[in-house]
Write a protein that binds this ligand. Structure first.
Ligand code: GDP
Length: 461
């Protein structure tokens, strides 16, 4: 088994499982073959070896004659635990001093500090979780919106893995058909019905393509969307920004991959995080287009996943708007046209003025009119139409990269079938598919890859 190649995984490890700092209670987790021995040596109240698993025990932690705290010990006996190994969780009073003293006592008694993600790594090595489920644990801990929580939960429960396993089975049956043919190659018979092979490959291709396509949405769900509000001075950008922030400001401590100095505000709309870029520029009411130059503005706009282009319906000519739309289209920008200040000259007249331009949403930022529609449109813009949140959604860049390789290999198989390649060559491409699928779930893996994945976890998980 893989675990034999990894060093240090027989040790008993200890770490603080709760957030560092002061709290009502803190939990210190011991894991490994000596977990119960070590805790026993610090817990005179009773012999934990004599107690059943999944039980709680009250007593004191006493280290070398000194009582540190009164605690509750939770006992999990192998293999019925998160990692499949012996686990003892010590719930103590949440003072950082007490936490440190208990951890020191455990180390003195024979444990070592856990590395980031080491508990979950052990759960993976012991077959409690596959790799995608293990990764979803980190995503779940990092989830900060309803959507990111739901996708992480689904992945942790094995939704994604199930889909991959059934795909794998399809490919294996394809392979079996082809290989049967190879066994009888001398006789020049075709066991593998070509229509059936095409059907299998097309089905597999469809599943993988759907997963690959879901990543755009997965990325939106996991990381949010860079959003730019742009338009000429006085179009109403700050007014709109304030309206949106008043209703939907998200409390976000830190989002991976964002640069703090360009992103200041985050909106949470229907569970999706919209990260507003350059809100400082908007607040100062600077003319983004003119003050930093068209070139620079376009760079900003390109950084955005979606651009809200706001214009004053009363002050903008049809040709001016059309020119702006042409630029967006030519640059391949995902934009939403918002005609503001419809309260001044009435909506109907404005709709007539811009009738030839498609997809304008008319609002009054000041009067709070049609703001809900704006939010709905914004969410629609970033969510792929044919994927809904009930589907399996790929949120992990590693999975996405591997799925793209699977897709390439599947396309090669189909090409091979079209050009009537011999079965042994088709078989090679199928093996490539299986290899990359195995990398996702962890059936095929190596130590460096595991180190990389688990080093991104927090210590204690
Ligand atoms: P910015 O330069 O694009 O940020 O524009 P502001 O948000 O500062 O708005 C410029 C002016 O237009 C301000 O006096 C706003 O009160 C006004 N304004 C913004 N939205 C509306 C609207 O929907 N209707 C009306 N009548 N005035 C608006």
């Amino acid at each position: 088994m893989l675990g034999n190649n990894l060093t240090g995984y027989d040790d008993t490890i200890v770490a603080l499982a709760t957030a560092p700092g002061i709290g009502a209670i803190a939990v210190i987790r011991l894991n490994g073959t000596k977990a119960i021995d070590i805790c026993n040596s610090l817990f005179p109240a009773k012999d934990l070896h004599q107690q059943a698993g999944h039980t709680l025990h009250f007593g004191s932690i006493v280290d070398r004659g000194r009582t540190i705290d009164e605690v509750v010990v939770s006992l999990y006996k192998a293999p019925r635990s998160y990692t499949g190994e012996e686990i003892v969780e010590i719930s103590c009073h949440g003072s950082p001093y007490i936490q440190q003293q208990i951890i020191d006592a455990c180390i003195h008694a024979g444990a070592r500090m856990a590395k980031p993600g080491e508990y979950t790594l052990r759960a993976f090595l012991n077959g409690k979780l596959d790799l995608t489920q293990a990764e979803s644990v980190a995503d779940l801990i990092a989830s900060n919106s309803a959507a990111s929580h739901q996708t992480a939960m689904q992945q942790m429960r094995g939704g994604f893995s199930k889909e991959l396993y059934s795909l794998r089975e399809q490919l294996i049956s394809f392979s079996a058909l082809i290989e049967l043919e190879l066994d009888f190659s001398q006789e020049d018979v075709e066991f593998a019905d070509r229509t059936q092979l095409y059907r299998l490959i097309n089905e597999a291709n469809e599943v993988v393509q759907h997963l690959v396509d879901s990543f755009r949405m997965g990325n939106v769900i996991k990381n949010g969307v860079n959003t730019a509000i742009v338009g000429k001075p006085n179009a109403g950008k700050s007014t709109l920004l304030n309206t949106l922030l008043n209703e939907n400001r998200a409390i976000v401590s830190d989002i991976a991959g964002t640069t703090r100095d360009t992103i200041e505000e985050v909106l949470n709309i229907q569970g999706v995080l919209f990260r507003l870029i350059d809100t400082a520029g908007i607040r100062e009411s600077a003319d983004v287009i003119e003050s930093i130059g068209v070139q620079k503005t376009m760079e900003k706009i390109r950084e955005a996943g979606v651009v809200l282009y706001l214009f004053d319906v009363n002050e903008t000519s049809l040709s001016e708007l059309q020119a702006q739309v042409d630029t967006f289209v030519n640059e391949g920008i995902n934009y939403l046209l918002i005609g503001n200040k419809t309260d001044i000259n009435g909506l109907a007249a404005m709709q007539e003025k811009f009738a030839t331009v498609e997809g304008i949403l008319y609002i009054s930022a000041k009067q709070h009119e049609h703001i809900q529609e704006l939010k709905d449109r914004l969410v629609q813009k970033v969510m792929s139409g044919d994927i809904n949140t009930e589907d399996t959604i790929v949120t992990n860049a590693r999975h996405y990269a591997a799925l793209q390789e699977v897709l390439k290999a599947l396309q090669d198989v189909r090409f091979g079938l079209d050009s009537q390649l011999p079965g042994d060559l088709l078989s090679l491409d199928i093996r490539r598919c299986l290899h990359y699928l195995g990398e996702i779930t962890g059936q095929i893996t190596n130590e460096d890859q595991l180190d990389f994945i688990f080093s991104k976890f927090c210590i204690g998980k």
